[in-house]
Design a protein around this ligand. Sequence first.
Ligand code: AMP
Length: 283
Amino acid sequence: MKIINSIIHMQALAIAPEREGRQISFVPTMGYLHEGHASLLREGRKRGDLLVLSIFVNPIQFGKNEDLDRYPRDLERDFKLAESCGVDVVFIPTATEMYPQGFQTGISVRDISLPLCGASRPGHFDGVSTVVTKLFNIVRPDVALFGAKDYQQLAVIRRMTHDLNLPIEIVGMPIIRESDGLAMSSRNAYLTPPERQSALSLSRALKRARELFLAGECSASVLSSEVRTLIEQDPLVIIDYVEVLDGEMLQKVKYVDSVSLLALAIKIGQTRLIDNTIFGEEF
Ligand code: AMP
């Protein structure tokens, strides 16, 4: 497994397989890897001849009072997991090389970036779209894999790839959960034991909404208020949003069907967590 820090080296390495007609698959991450990342890497291994993982805590997607400085990091552990998933190249650029002095270009995907996390974290998706575009230009993948855990991010990247005619197949992968239902996230490391217990209210509320839907409840407002009531029972949890939207355009809907999205964001102490479900898909 090769570790590469410089952009020019990564670009040079990506050109050879391209010329030889070998496929590059790519999994961009912010590191502190877990089984959710591993599922993307294993699928990436199957889909490409050269599997590239990037680890970059992208400063421009963090707001002023967010957790950029304390985002968890453990490269040694990440390398072990990457190796066990068959990664060929780990690309770890520096922030100063990614955003040198004078940097002033950004990618903005309009409407789809506005609701949900876009409303709570202004500028977040501009930061994501910009870094993913840069990483695509550096790694030059044929296939890139993203998790449905960050559902809106996946939607934004699909839209951007289509709109900008990027010759890259975007693959969305299902949410990987702990055995008790909590969606895996690097940020789960922040949670104290009581907070970790409270975090279960997210997946519990999603499951409850799915049960109600299966029992015939189709009203978006009934389902979202049921979810709110359930989550509000836990005094440690503060709701950021509970939204029912159509899963493609991310527009609000009145009535839920199998392709509708229920998306949640909450805060527990200092930790912000998100989770979601598509009613017609497996949980
Ligand atoms: P991150 O390192 O949090 O930026 O995530 C990197 C990629 O892993 C993104 O495409 C995420 O959606 C994906 N990912 C993170 N957590 C999970 C999970 N629990 N299940 C599936 N994919 C995930």
